[in-house]
Design a protein around this ligand. Structure first.
Ligand SMILES: COc1nc(N)nc2c1ncn2[C@H]1C[C@H](O)[C@@H](COP(=O)(O)OP(=O)(O)OP(=O)(O)O)O1
Length: 188
């Protein structure tokens, strides 16, 4: 079993039993076009979450910070180069058939260059931020997206059945700041 990633910040919001689980770090980043009320999503073409629309992201490499990982994954999966990002959420996912918790650090990309392009992993498409395609997204998204859309920071915990669809328990809290995570990760 994997060790608890030293960069994990889940212990700040979890009970003792969950904090003792190994946590794998992921990023999830949403390029925003606020003036036009749009967000860029990608249709996942392979791997975990295949067939779902989502933000861009993936595992954080050992050599990079969470923010660097988010920017790298966005470039790899959409072709966009983010120049201003904001950490807006922390999501913890527990799947009943997986002893490793997913710790997903959520970002908005407010400034970026380049044009979205289809890659091996994602097919990007702009959507209206007030008319999200939730039926094609992960089941948790409709819970926390309204907070993210309104510029609120949040911490969410979701327990999934092995079917990866059914949420059996959830806890979602708007927070004033995610500084506890930034400070723990020692990011200026
Ligand atoms: C369970 O609910 C989820 N909801 C949302 N919105 N996003 C999720 C959920 N579970 C996982 N994700 C996100 C987190 C990451 O952005 C991706 C999964 O990353 P992936 O497995 O694709 O990681 P990569 O490093 O890109 O994978 P490869 O090893 O295939 O390159 O989904």
């Amino acid at each position: 079993m994997a060790d608890i990633d030293a960069r994990s910040v889940a212990r700040f919001v979890e009970d003792t039993a969950h904090a003792a689980m190994p946590h794998r770090l992921y990023t999830l980043i949403f390029p925003m076009d606020r003036p036009n009320g749009k967000v860029l999503l990608g249709m996942k073409k392979r791997g975990f979450g295949q067939g779902k629309l989502n933000g861009f992201g993936g595992k954080v490499e050992p050599s990079e910070s969470v923010e660097q990982g988010a920017i790298r994954e966005l470039a790899e999966e959409s072709g966009l180069r983010a120049t201003r990002v904001e950490n807006c959420g922390l999501l913890l996912f527990y799947f009943e058939d997986n002893p490793v918790a997913m710790e997903v650090h959520v970002f908005m990309a407010h400034e970026y260059s380049g044009k979205p392009a289809e890659t091996e992993e994602m097919r990007p498409e702009w959507f209206d931020i007030d008319n999200m395609p939730f039926s094609q997204m992960w089941a948790d998204d409709k819970c926390w997206w309204p907070l993210a859309r309104n510029g609120r920071s949040f911490v969410g915990r979701f327990w999934f059945k092995a079917d990866q669809v059914t949420i059996t328990r959830q806890a979602l809290t708007p927070v004033d700041s995610l500084d506890f995570a930034r400070n723990a990760r020692n990011i200026s």
